[in-house]
Design a protein around this ligand. Structure first.
Ligand SMILES: [Zn+2]
Length: 99
C-alpha cells in the first residue's frame, strides 16, 4: 500500500503529514485532525520504529475518522445498513487513491 501525500474525500483535500516526535508530544501514533483537515502520522525513525503495516493501519484508522466525520452519522439512531451505505462512497473514493 502506498500512503499518498494527500487524500481527497468528497471535495476535501487532506494532507498526510509525518511528525517525527508525535509519539512523545501527543502520546499517539496517528491523529485525524478533523478541523485542520490533516492527517498526522508518527514518522518511523530509529528511536521510534514502526513496522510498515502498522503505519498503514494507523493511516487507515485516521482516514476512517475523516470518513465518519464527513458522513456526519448519528450512530445511536442509524442502523447498520444506513451506516454502510453512507460510508461506502467515501471508502470507494479512498481505496481508488491507494491502489
Ligand atoms: Zn482513533
Amino acid at each position: 500500500m502506498v500512503i499518498p501525500k494527500k487524500i481527497k474525500l468528497a471535495s476535501r483535500v487532506i494532507p498526510v503529514k509525518y511528525i517525527p516526535d508525535m509519539a512523545f508530544s501527543e502520546d499517539a501514533v496517528g491523529m485525524a485532525c478533523l478541523n485542520r483537515l490533516e492527517i498526522h502520522l508518527q514518522k518511523p525513525t530509529s528511536s521510534q520504529p514502526i513496522p510498515p503495516q502498522a503505519v498503514e493501519e494507523n493511516f487507515i484508522h485516521e482516514v476512517m475518522h475523516h470518513i465518519f466525520y464527513i458522513a456526519n452519522m448519528d450512530f445511536e439512531k442509524e442502523n447498520e445498513e444506513n451506516i454502510i451505505n453512507r460510508i461506502t462512497p467515501y471508502l470507494h473514493q479512498f481505496i481508488k487513491q491507494v491502489t
